[in-house]
Design a protein. Structure first.
Length: 557
């Protein structure tokens, strides 16, 4: 026989039934078997303290207490009548559930759910595992055992039961302040992935740089994660080429390696689940398809710093590491620039020897919620669109076709010809089998691309650049409230180059540029969500071709 679980009317409250093996010596049961129970859906709650309560007489009654920790309660001798009341804020407030506990029957109780029991036999021994240490000064909600709203039908009338004076003084439900639910924390919430996450988690806390500077290790060390059960790190230094510079190297290691290491320690101490986003750049690109277990072999400083961060995050017991590639979301990005160039009559040269799949930010956010909200084991998961691997040039041609332009208007250029400072993986395609095994099916990248262009990029209305005289003026329409600031500049005139104010939201960089008029070069407005770099250039006018090489030190994914 194997253990089973039963869901109850109180969300997260689970009844666990484990086989009890009996013989003439007595009995044996596995009261907590992590591997088996977590596979069934019991949270991997990480107990740190084991409490045992001896109840000398039948009728001993304790509760109703809503402690700020999860617990697994059971009986090792005798039997009890268990009763639970949801005291957490929300629509379930006041909901009740009862069940009889005996050896082999346990209940997982989420933090904030009121717990109580009544001994049904003399010498009953009640046992419970908790995932936080008890502290004398700790205050938490409590409810009267006889509350009429809860209407618990105690087998032994409370008038005949042994109840402490403290529990007899507990308030009625109408007087109870609901237990505040822990809020998710999103770091890097202004970037493409972060913005998509905020749409799915409107109640999450997403501090801006004015509230929390992630580049400051002391500020991060001071974070109190007690009130957060889920910490999502969507922040990174994603300027692949900029990371090769002295300042860029330091920033990349700070945000891509040291920050995740700090968060792993803090999340572990708080018992929170940590979500972190990785990159195909941790691989050298020699394998055509990368699975989650492939050994790291990063080519450049950006990839090296991301690999170090991945190793640090993996030390957190409760972690999901989502490895992405070629990310596209709201705001300026490679697809948006290709649509603009198609609309404006451009004929870009785009890298055609890097292979991979797009990963749309909304799908990354959906996959994140699928993993953290279900029973998927902690660990690493590749996340991208599905379908055939394509090159950046293939994607550009598809966008041009969707805009009514000829595919032939996009020409190919090799990575070597492009001449980027940092090396890029040749192959960035990620295996999706592990993600599919959890029940999540990614959308085909061409279908996702068509939907994105149709729904997000109205012809002629999705672009934010203006030409003035013989120069180019470029300005982002994206607010930047995450580390790195909003580096902006506008140029008007001849032969002037302007810097992009876009964050590089993910690995690699969509290096693009458009030349308008004579001898004027403007920087890309692409976020670095496209690992591997959508290296493009467009010439409009007198045969001038340009390529962006702007440093990117914005840290908001």
């Amino acid at each position: 026989m194997e253990p089973t679980i039963e869901h109850t009317p109180i969300p997260g409250l689970l009844v666990v039934r484990s086989p009890v093996h009996r013989d003439d010596r007595g009995w044996f049961t596995e009261a907590w078997q992590r591997e088996k129970l977590t596979a069934l859906g019991v949270p991997d709650f990480g107990p740190v303290q084991h409490n045992v309560a001896h109840n000398a007489a039948r009728g001993s009654t304790r509760g109703i207490h809503a402690e700020p920790w999860d617990k697994l309660v059971t009986v090792v001798h005798g039997e009890v009548f268990g009763a639970w009341v949801d005291l957490r804020e929300g629509e379930g407030f006041g909901r009740t559930f009862t069940v009889q506990l005996e050896p082999g029957v346990a209940v997982f109780v989420p933090r904030g759910v009121g717990n109580s029991y009544q001994a049904l036999a003399d010498e009953t021994i009640y046992s419970y595992l908790v995932n936080a240490h008890w502290r004398p000064a700790l205050a938490y909600p409590a409810l009267a055992l006889e509350d009429p709203s809860a209407a618990i039908d105690w087998p032994i009338p409370l008038s005949q039961a042994q109840v402490s004076d403290k529990d007899r003084a507990n308030p009625r439900l109408a007087e109870v302040t609901p237990f505040a639910r822990r809020r998710p924390l999103i770091l890097g919430g202004s970037g493409q992935i972060g913005s998509a996450l905020r749409a799915l988690l409107p109640h999450a806390l997403a501090p801006g740089r004015d509230e929390l500077d992630l580049a400051d290790p002391d500020a991060v060390a001071a974070l109190d994660l007690t009130d957060h059960d889920l910490v999502i790190n969507a922040a990174a230094m994603t300027g692949v080429d900029a990371a090769e510079s002295d300042d860029g190297r330091r920033l990349a290691w700070r945000l891509n390696a040291h920050l995740p290491a700090q968060l792993a320690r803090l999340a572990t101490a708080a018992g929170a689940t940590l979500v972190h986003y990785s990159s195909d750049y941790v691989f050298d690109g020699r394998a055509e398809v990368h699975d989650e277990d492939e050994a790291f072999a990063p080519l450049g400083i950006y990839g090296q710093s991301k690999a170090a961060g991945d190793l640090a995050v993996a030390l957190a017991p409760r972690h999901y590491l989502l490895r992405t590639s070629w990310v596209v979301g709201d705001g300026p990005n490679f697809v948006r620039t290709m649509a603009r160039l198609a609309d404006e009559g451009g004929a870009p040269a785009v890298v055609d020897d890097q292979h991979g799949r797009l990963a749309l930010a909304p799908q990354i956010a959906e996959a994140t919620m699928h993993l953290v909200g279900g029973s998927a084991p902690f660990g690493t998961y590749n996340v991208s669109q599905s379908g055939e691997s394509l090159t950046w040039a293939d994607i550009a041609r598809e966008v041009f076709a969707l805009r009514g332009r000829a595919r032939e208007d996009v020409s190919g250029i090799s990575t070597h010809e492009y001449g980027a400072p940092a090396p890029r993986p040749r192959h960035s395609t990620l295996s999706l089998e592990r993600l599919r095994g959890t029940g999540f099916e990614p959308l085909d990248q061409l279908e996702a691309l068509r939907e994105y262009v149709a729904s997000r990029l109205a012809p002629g209305g999705a672009h934010t650049s203006a030409t003035v005289g013989r120069g180019v003026r470029s300005a982002s329409d994206q607010p930047r409230d995450q580390p790195g600031g909003a580096h902006t500049s506008a140029t008007v005139g001849r032969g002037v180059r302007s810097a992009s104010d876009e964050p590089r939201d993910a690995p690699g960089g969509a290096h693009t540029s458009a030349t308008v008029g004579r001898g004027v070069r403007s920087a890309s407005d692409e976020p670095r969500d496209q690992p591997g770099g959508a290296h493009t250039s467009a010439t409009v006018g007198r045969g001038v071709r340009s390529a962006s090489d702007e440093p990117r030190d914005q840290k908001g994914m």
